[in-house]
Write a protein that binds this ligand. Structure first.
Ligand code: ZN
Length: 155
């Protein structure tokens, strides 16, 4: 099987069988992100803390790229300590901004490497990034929340 069609199959599989979809309680923070150019929307919640890892739940609608990307993200970073999760998220964001140059780090990105080809289409990049940006936003808000309420033990 050609690499490109293998990648397309991964995206299609996640679109048809989204991992972790559905909003769950309890949660620490909730964010709502939209991609107006395509009409994609995601509501994403995190629960837990940065050290033991944030558990993600989400509800989304929109194109196959945005939905598959959120599912891949859930598989890769749900319940992962924040620093580890952001290593993957940063690598993904970098790949999506590469305009399709270079080779994806498949060891780090796993199924998310399938979006490498999408980076060539500027209009779809925001679709692929939507869920990841929502995670980053929700997680950093949860970290700020923990600091304000002194739950990190720094007070
Ligand atoms: Zn889209």
């Amino acid at each position: 099987m050609q690499l490109q069609s293998m990648y397309q199959q991964i995206i299609l599989d996640h679109y048809k069988h989204p991992q972790g979809k559905g909003l769950r309680t309890p949660f620490v923070t909730e964010v709502h992100h939209v991609n107006p150019t395509c009409g994609d929307e995601i509501t994403l919640r995190v629960n837990g803390d940065e050290h033991s890892g944030f558990h993600i739940s989400y509800e989304n609608q929109g194109c196959s790229i945005s939905q598959a990307s959120a599912s891949v993200m859930f598989d890769l970073i749900d319940g992962t300590p924040y620093a580890e999760a952001m290593k993957v998220a940063d690598a993904f964001m970098e790949m999506m901004q590469s305009q399709g140059a270079g080779e994806p780090d498949e060891e780090l990105l796993e199924d998310a490497a399938a979006f490498h080809g999408v980076a060539k289409f500027p209009a779809r990049v925001k679709c692929a990034l939507l869920g990841w940006m929502a995670y980053k936003d929700a997680a950093s808000a949860a970290i700020a929340h923990a600091q304000v309420s002194g739950e990190d033990g720094s007070r």
